[in-house]
Design a protein around this ligand. Structure first.
Ligand SMILES: C[S@@+](CC[C@H](N)C(=O)[O-])C[C@H]1O[C@@H](n2cnc3c(N)ncnc32)[C@H](O)[C@@H]1O
Length: 197
């Protein structure tokens, strides 16, 4: 089942909302330019157009798993990867809510939950992401801010604030919270959790 309010606008409009390299750098994904020294696998749940998946796959030597329930999104991400000559990005049409992540526990160094935690099942998403991250790995979240007017984003009634996500993560367990949220101008915040156990 598609997560509520998870439809996407036209690609160029969507991608105008983000400074993608700055966001990846802010999370510490400014890995060695020598990709061979970054042998880690990463997963994104709800990859959309591959806005973050494509550039992050180019920064690692392992596999980037890009999952989305929408086959059009998955096709677009796969086509863009082929056009860019990116070979380590694996795309799958997958309903995370009904079918889970489909990856072995502890198999990934990081998971991306980007613009998706307004889901009905936010705790299930956090639990699923935590379980496939290895100890010391990163669970990364970005979402639209609620404290400034934004050109898009889910209704404020279901848009999670940093405080809300921190509370869900505490309920999830096994996640070390960040001291402060990341400011990802102009309209997003980020949270970087570390899997503890
Ligand atoms: C708002 S978009 C965010 C896309 C991407 N993470 C980004 O920030 O650019 C949410 C994405 O989640 C996908 N999605 C919604 N429900 C899903 C589900 N049950 N399983 C997997 N993906 C889902 C949608 O198809 C959509 O592409």
């Amino acid at each position: 089942m598609k997560i509520r309010e998870s439809g996407m606008p036209e690609q160029a409009y969507w991608e105008s909302f983000f400074d993608v390299p700055a966001i990846l750098d802010a999370f510490g994904f400014n890995l060695s330019p020598n990709r061979q020294s970054n042998p880690c696998d990463i997963v994104e749940v709800g990859c959309g157009y591959g806005t973050f998946a494509l550039p992050l796959a180019q920064r690692i030597h392992g596999v980037f798993h890009a999952l989305d329930v929408d086959s059009t999104m998955v096709r677009t991400t796969a086509r863009r990867a082929t056009e860019a000559g990116i070979k380590n990005l694996h795309t799958s049409v997958r309903d995370i809510l009904s079918d889970g992540f489909g990856l072995p526990p502890g198999s990934c160094a990081a998971a991306l939950l980007f613009n998706i935690l307004h889901a009905e099942a936010s705790l299930a998403l956090l639990r699923g992401a935590r379980d496939i991250i290895q100890p010391g790995g990163l669970l990364t979240v970005i979402h639209w801010r609620s404290d400034v007017p934004t050109p898009r984003g889910p209704p404020l009634s279901i848009r999670p604030t940093p405080v809300q996500v921190l509370d869900w993560a505490e309920q999830t367990g096994g996640l070390i919270p960040p001291a402060t949220p990341l400011d990802l101008p102009p309209w997003h915040y980020g949270l970087k959790f570390i899997r503890s156990t």
